[in-house]
Ligand binder design. Structure first.
Ligand code: ADP
Ligand code: MG
Length: 277
Protein backbone atom coordinates (compact mmCIF):
# COMPACT_ATOMS: atom_id res chain seq x y z
CA UNK A 1 0.00 0.00 0.00
CA UNK A 2 1.36 3.45 -0.75
CA UNK A 3 2.85 5.24 2.25
CA UNK A 4 1.52 8.72 1.59
CA UNK A 5 -1.92 7.32 2.23
CA UNK A 6 -3.97 8.89 5.06
CA UNK A 7 -5.91 6.01 6.61
CA UNK A 8 -7.41 8.17 9.32
CA UNK A 9 -8.88 10.54 6.78
CA UNK A 10 -10.33 7.62 4.81
CA UNK A 11 -12.00 6.35 7.99
CA UNK A 12 -13.57 9.76 8.54
CA UNK A 13 -14.79 9.94 4.96
CA UNK A 14 -16.31 6.46 5.23
CA UNK A 15 -18.04 7.59 8.42
CA UNK A 16 -19.46 10.60 6.62
CA UNK A 17 -20.64 8.39 3.78
CA UNK A 18 -22.15 5.95 6.30
CA UNK A 19 -20.23 2.98 5.02
CA UNK A 20 -19.32 1.25 8.31
CA UNK A 21 -18.75 -2.19 6.80
CA UNK A 22 -16.23 -0.84 4.27
CA UNK A 23 -14.58 1.12 7.06
CA UNK A 24 -14.08 -2.15 8.96
CA UNK A 25 -12.85 -4.23 6.07
CA UNK A 26 -11.10 -1.98 3.56
CA UNK A 27 -7.58 -2.44 4.90
CA UNK A 28 -7.63 -6.24 4.74
CA UNK A 29 -9.33 -6.19 1.32
CA UNK A 30 -6.79 -3.64 0.08
CA UNK A 31 -3.92 -5.75 1.36
CA UNK A 32 -5.26 -8.83 -0.42
CA UNK A 33 -5.84 -6.82 -3.53
CA UNK A 34 -2.19 -5.58 -3.42
CA UNK A 35 -0.71 -9.02 -2.86
CA UNK A 36 -2.94 -10.79 -5.36
CA UNK A 37 -2.81 -8.00 -7.92
CA UNK A 38 -6.57 -7.46 -8.25
CA UNK A 39 -7.69 -4.93 -10.83
CA UNK A 40 -8.96 -1.77 -9.08
CA UNK A 41 -12.51 -2.42 -10.27
CA UNK A 42 -12.53 -5.81 -8.57
CA UNK A 43 -11.52 -4.27 -5.25
CA UNK A 44 -14.20 -1.64 -5.57
CA UNK A 45 -16.80 -4.29 -6.37
CA UNK A 46 -15.75 -6.47 -3.43
CA UNK A 47 -16.05 -3.53 -1.04
CA UNK A 48 -19.46 -2.49 -2.37
CA UNK A 49 -20.79 -6.04 -2.19
CA UNK A 50 -19.55 -6.40 1.36
CA UNK A 51 -21.27 -3.19 2.45
CA UNK A 52 -24.57 -4.29 0.87
CA UNK A 53 -24.41 -7.76 2.44
CA UNK A 54 -23.70 -6.27 5.88
CA UNK A 55 -26.48 -3.75 5.42
CA UNK A 56 -28.96 -6.55 4.64
CA UNK A 57 -27.77 -8.54 7.64
CA UNK A 58 -28.18 -5.55 9.97
CA UNK A 59 -31.59 -4.77 8.54
CA UNK A 60 -32.86 -8.33 9.07
CA UNK A 61 -31.45 -8.26 12.61
CA UNK A 62 -33.17 -4.96 13.37
CA UNK A 63 -36.47 -6.09 11.87
CA UNK A 64 -36.28 -9.39 13.75
CA UNK A 65 -35.91 -7.56 17.06
CA UNK A 66 -38.94 -5.43 16.23
CA UNK A 67 -41.09 -8.26 14.83
CA UNK A 68 -41.59 -10.21 18.09
CA UNK A 69 -42.04 -13.46 16.20
CA UNK A 70 -42.43 -16.71 18.11
CA UNK A 71 -38.94 -18.09 18.76
CA UNK A 72 -38.02 -21.32 17.00
CA UNK A 73 -41.10 -21.49 14.76
CA UNK A 74 -39.92 -21.82 11.19
CA UNK A 75 -41.19 -23.29 7.93
CA UNK A 76 -38.32 -25.79 8.11
CA UNK A 77 -39.64 -27.29 11.32
CA UNK A 78 -43.29 -27.05 10.33
CA UNK A 79 -44.60 -30.50 9.40
CA UNK A 80 -46.76 -29.97 6.33
CA UNK A 81 -47.78 -33.63 6.36
CA UNK A 82 -49.78 -32.85 9.48
CA UNK A 83 -51.95 -30.37 7.55
CA UNK A 84 -52.73 -32.03 4.21
CA UNK A 85 -55.16 -29.24 3.28
CA UNK A 86 -52.32 -26.67 3.26
CA UNK A 87 -49.80 -27.08 0.47
CA UNK A 88 -46.16 -26.24 1.02
CA UNK A 89 -46.02 -24.80 -2.50
CA UNK A 90 -48.89 -22.42 -1.76
CA UNK A 91 -47.22 -21.26 1.47
CA UNK A 92 -43.90 -20.79 -0.36
CA UNK A 93 -45.67 -18.64 -2.93
CA UNK A 94 -47.21 -16.55 -0.15
CA UNK A 95 -43.74 -16.13 1.34
CA UNK A 96 -42.59 -14.31 -1.79
CA UNK A 97 -44.97 -11.62 -0.58
CA UNK A 98 -45.19 -9.50 -3.70
CA UNK A 99 -48.55 -10.73 -4.92
CA UNK A 100 -50.52 -9.85 -1.82
CA UNK A 101 -48.49 -7.58 0.48
CA UNK A 102 -48.14 -4.98 -2.24
CA UNK A 103 -51.93 -4.78 -2.50
CA UNK A 104 -52.62 -4.92 1.21
CA UNK A 105 -54.42 -8.26 0.89
CA UNK A 106 -54.93 -10.50 3.90
CA UNK A 107 -54.20 -14.04 4.99
CA UNK A 108 -56.54 -15.80 7.38
CA UNK A 109 -55.70 -19.04 9.18
CA UNK A 110 -58.65 -20.81 10.77
CA UNK A 111 -58.77 -24.00 12.78
CA UNK A 112 -59.09 -25.57 16.20
CA UNK A 113 -56.49 -24.98 18.94
CA UNK A 114 -53.17 -26.76 18.57
CA UNK A 115 -53.44 -27.14 14.79
CA UNK A 116 -50.38 -25.02 14.06
CA UNK A 117 -51.90 -21.61 13.25
CA UNK A 118 -49.54 -19.61 15.45
CA UNK A 119 -46.54 -21.64 14.34
CA UNK A 120 -47.36 -21.29 10.66
CA UNK A 121 -48.16 -17.58 10.90
CA UNK A 122 -44.94 -16.78 12.73
CA UNK A 123 -42.96 -18.92 10.27
CA UNK A 124 -44.53 -17.11 7.31
CA UNK A 125 -43.69 -13.83 9.05
CA UNK A 126 -40.07 -14.89 9.43
CA UNK A 127 -39.79 -15.95 5.84
CA UNK A 128 -41.24 -12.63 4.63
CA UNK A 129 -38.97 -10.70 6.96
CA UNK A 130 -35.93 -12.45 5.53
CA UNK A 131 -36.93 -11.32 2.05
CA UNK A 132 -37.13 -7.72 3.21
CA UNK A 133 -40.73 -7.18 4.36
CA UNK A 134 -41.48 -5.61 7.73
CA UNK A 135 -43.57 -7.77 10.00
CA UNK A 136 -45.06 -7.48 13.50
CA UNK A 137 -46.46 -10.45 15.38
CA UNK A 138 -48.93 -9.60 18.13
CA UNK A 139 -51.43 -11.38 20.26
CA UNK A 140 -54.65 -9.65 19.36
CA UNK A 141 -55.62 -9.05 22.99
CA UNK A 142 -52.26 -7.34 23.71
CA UNK A 143 -52.51 -5.12 20.68
CA UNK A 144 -56.11 -4.20 21.47
CA UNK A 145 -55.03 -3.17 24.95
CA UNK A 146 -52.27 -0.98 23.55
CA UNK A 147 -54.70 0.64 21.14
CA UNK A 148 -57.18 1.27 23.93
CA UNK A 149 -54.50 3.07 25.91
CA UNK A 150 -53.71 5.13 22.81
CA UNK A 151 -57.36 6.00 22.42
CA UNK A 152 -57.63 7.15 26.02
CA UNK A 153 -54.67 9.40 25.27
CA UNK A 154 -56.43 10.63 22.12
CA UNK A 155 -53.67 9.11 20.04
CA UNK A 156 -55.45 6.16 18.42
CA UNK A 157 -55.02 7.42 14.89
CA UNK A 158 -51.31 7.96 15.23
CA UNK A 159 -50.89 4.58 16.95
CA UNK A 160 -52.64 2.90 14.02
CA UNK A 161 -50.59 4.92 11.57
CA UNK A 162 -47.38 3.87 13.27
CA UNK A 163 -48.37 0.27 12.60
CA UNK A 164 -48.47 1.12 8.90
CA UNK A 165 -44.72 0.79 8.78
CA UNK A 166 -45.27 -2.95 9.03
CA UNK A 167 -46.13 -4.50 5.67
CA UNK A 168 -47.70 -7.37 7.58
CA UNK A 169 -49.37 -7.24 10.96
CA UNK A 170 -50.04 -10.70 12.40
CA UNK A 171 -53.00 -10.73 14.77
CA UNK A 172 -52.80 -14.03 16.60
CA UNK A 173 -55.88 -15.47 18.30
CA UNK A 174 -58.24 -12.91 16.88
CA UNK A 175 -61.35 -14.57 18.28
CA UNK A 176 -60.02 -14.47 21.85
CA UNK A 177 -60.72 -10.77 22.16
CA UNK A 178 -63.38 -10.32 24.79
CA UNK A 179 -66.74 -8.95 23.90
CA UNK A 180 -66.45 -5.39 24.98
CA UNK A 181 -67.57 -2.45 22.91
CA UNK A 182 -64.53 -0.26 23.54
CA UNK A 183 -62.09 -3.03 22.71
CA UNK A 184 -63.64 -4.19 19.53
CA UNK A 185 -64.14 -0.77 18.11
CA UNK A 186 -60.36 -0.12 18.19
CA UNK A 187 -59.95 -3.43 16.39
CA UNK A 188 -62.52 -2.35 13.84
CA UNK A 189 -60.70 0.93 13.29
CA UNK A 190 -57.44 -0.92 12.80
CA UNK A 191 -59.04 -3.24 10.23
CA UNK A 192 -60.61 -0.30 8.39
CA UNK A 193 -57.36 1.67 8.35
CA UNK A 194 -55.40 -1.22 6.86
CA UNK A 195 -58.09 -2.21 4.35
CA UNK A 196 -56.62 -2.35 0.80
CA UNK A 197 -53.54 -0.66 2.15
CA UNK A 198 -51.53 -2.81 4.54
CA UNK A 199 -51.88 -6.55 5.05
CA UNK A 200 -53.13 -8.47 8.05
CA UNK A 201 -52.54 -12.10 8.88
CA UNK A 202 -55.23 -13.28 11.24
CA UNK A 203 -55.40 -16.54 13.13
CA UNK A 204 -58.63 -17.62 14.77
CA UNK A 205 -60.07 -20.78 16.18
CA UNK A 206 -63.62 -19.68 15.43
CA UNK A 207 -65.09 -19.65 11.96
CA UNK A 208 -66.44 -16.31 10.70
CA UNK A 209 -69.97 -17.28 11.71
CA UNK A 210 -68.90 -17.07 15.35
CA UNK A 211 -67.19 -13.71 15.12
CA UNK A 212 -70.33 -12.13 16.48
CA UNK A 213 -68.71 -13.07 19.77
CA UNK A 214 -65.84 -10.74 18.93
CA UNK A 215 -67.90 -7.83 17.73
CA UNK A 216 -70.99 -7.29 19.85
CA UNK A 217 -72.79 -5.43 17.11
CA UNK A 218 -73.71 -7.72 14.17
CA UNK A 219 -73.39 -4.84 11.72
CA UNK A 220 -69.82 -4.25 12.88
CA UNK A 221 -69.02 -7.96 12.59
CA UNK A 222 -70.34 -7.97 9.06
CA UNK A 223 -68.40 -4.86 8.10
CA UNK A 224 -65.18 -6.19 9.67
CA UNK A 225 -65.45 -9.64 8.10
CA UNK A 226 -66.33 -8.04 4.77
CA UNK A 227 -63.17 -5.92 4.77
CA UNK A 228 -60.99 -8.77 5.99
CA UNK A 229 -62.09 -11.33 3.44
CA UNK A 230 -62.54 -9.02 0.45
CA UNK A 231 -58.93 -9.57 -0.70
CA UNK A 232 -57.81 -12.58 1.21
CA UNK A 233 -56.47 -16.07 1.19
CA UNK A 234 -58.06 -18.36 3.73
CA UNK A 235 -56.25 -21.45 4.94
CA UNK A 236 -58.17 -23.87 7.08
CA UNK A 237 -56.09 -26.01 9.38
CA UNK A 238 -58.84 -28.34 10.37
CA UNK A 239 -56.67 -30.90 12.06
CA UNK A 240 -56.44 -32.42 15.47
CA UNK A 241 -54.12 -30.69 17.91
CA UNK A 242 -50.51 -31.36 16.88
CA UNK A 243 -49.46 -31.50 20.52
CA UNK A 244 -52.14 -34.10 21.28
CA UNK A 245 -51.31 -36.08 18.19
CA UNK A 246 -47.58 -36.19 18.84
CA UNK A 247 -48.18 -37.03 22.50
CA UNK A 248 -50.45 -39.88 21.45
CA UNK A 249 -47.90 -41.11 18.91
CA UNK A 250 -45.19 -41.08 21.57
CA UNK A 251 -47.45 -43.03 23.86
CA UNK A 252 -48.18 -45.57 21.12
CA UNK A 253 -44.47 -45.97 20.37
CA UNK A 254 -43.76 -46.31 24.08
CA UNK A 255 -46.28 -49.12 24.27
CA UNK A 256 -44.63 -50.99 21.41
CA UNK A 257 -41.06 -50.63 22.59
CA UNK A 258 -40.78 -52.99 25.60
CA UNK A 259 -42.35 -55.85 23.65
CA UNK A 260 -39.86 -55.42 20.78
CA UNK A 261 -36.88 -55.08 23.09
CA UNK A 262 -37.88 -58.13 25.09
CA UNK A 263 -38.12 -60.25 21.94
CA UNK A 264 -35.06 -62.41 21.39
CA UNK A 265 -33.47 -62.28 17.93
CA UNK A 266 -34.53 -64.81 15.28
CA UNK A 267 -37.92 -65.34 16.86
CA UNK A 268 -40.76 -64.32 14.63
CA UNK A 269 -43.31 -62.21 16.36
CA UNK A 270 -46.95 -62.57 15.47
CA UNK A 271 -48.61 -59.29 14.50
CA UNK A 272 -49.75 -57.34 17.51
CA UNK A 273 -53.50 -57.06 17.86
CA UNK A 274 -54.90 -53.54 17.53
CA UNK A 275 -54.34 -51.49 20.63
CA UNK A 276 -57.56 -51.16 22.54
CA UNK A 277 -58.75 -47.55 22.40
P1 ADP B 1 -52.58 -23.05 17.27
O1 ADP B 1 -52.01 -21.68 17.18
O2 ADP B 1 -53.34 -23.47 16.06
O3 ADP B 1 -53.35 -23.26 18.53
P2 ADP B 1 -49.80 -23.80 17.57
O4 ADP B 1 -49.19 -23.19 16.36
O5 ADP B 1 -49.60 -23.04 18.85
O6 ADP B 1 -51.34 -24.09 17.34
O7 ADP B 1 -49.26 -25.27 17.72
C1 ADP B 1 -49.16 -25.95 18.98
C2 ADP B 1 -47.77 -26.60 19.10
O8 ADP B 1 -47.63 -27.62 18.15
C3 ADP B 1 -46.65 -25.62 18.86
O9 ADP B 1 -45.56 -25.97 19.67
C4 ADP B 1 -46.31 -25.85 17.39
O10 ADP B 1 -44.95 -25.55 17.13
C5 ADP B 1 -46.60 -27.32 17.22
N1 ADP B 1 -47.13 -27.60 15.89
C6 ADP B 1 -48.42 -27.48 15.48
N2 ADP B 1 -48.56 -27.87 14.20
C7 ADP B 1 -47.33 -28.24 13.78
C8 ADP B 1 -46.83 -28.74 12.55
N3 ADP B 1 -47.63 -28.97 11.50
N4 ADP B 1 -45.50 -29.02 12.48
C9 ADP B 1 -44.70 -28.82 13.56
N5 ADP B 1 -45.12 -28.35 14.74
C10 ADP B 1 -46.42 -28.07 14.87
MG1 MG C 1 -52.25 -20.13 18.52
Amino acid sequence: MSHDFDATRLSLLLNDLRLPAIKQIWSSFAERSDTEGWPAARLLMALAEHEIAERDRRRVERHLREARLLPGKTLENFDFDAVPMVSRAHVSALCAGDGWLRNGANLILLGPPGGGKSHLSSAIGLSLLETGWKVLFARTTDLVQRLQVARRELALESAINRLHRFDLLILDDFAYVSKNQAETSVLFELISARYENRSLLITANQPFGDWNKVFPDPAMTLAAVDRLVHHSTILELNVESYRRRTALERKQQGKGRPATMATPKNVSVPPRPEDPQ
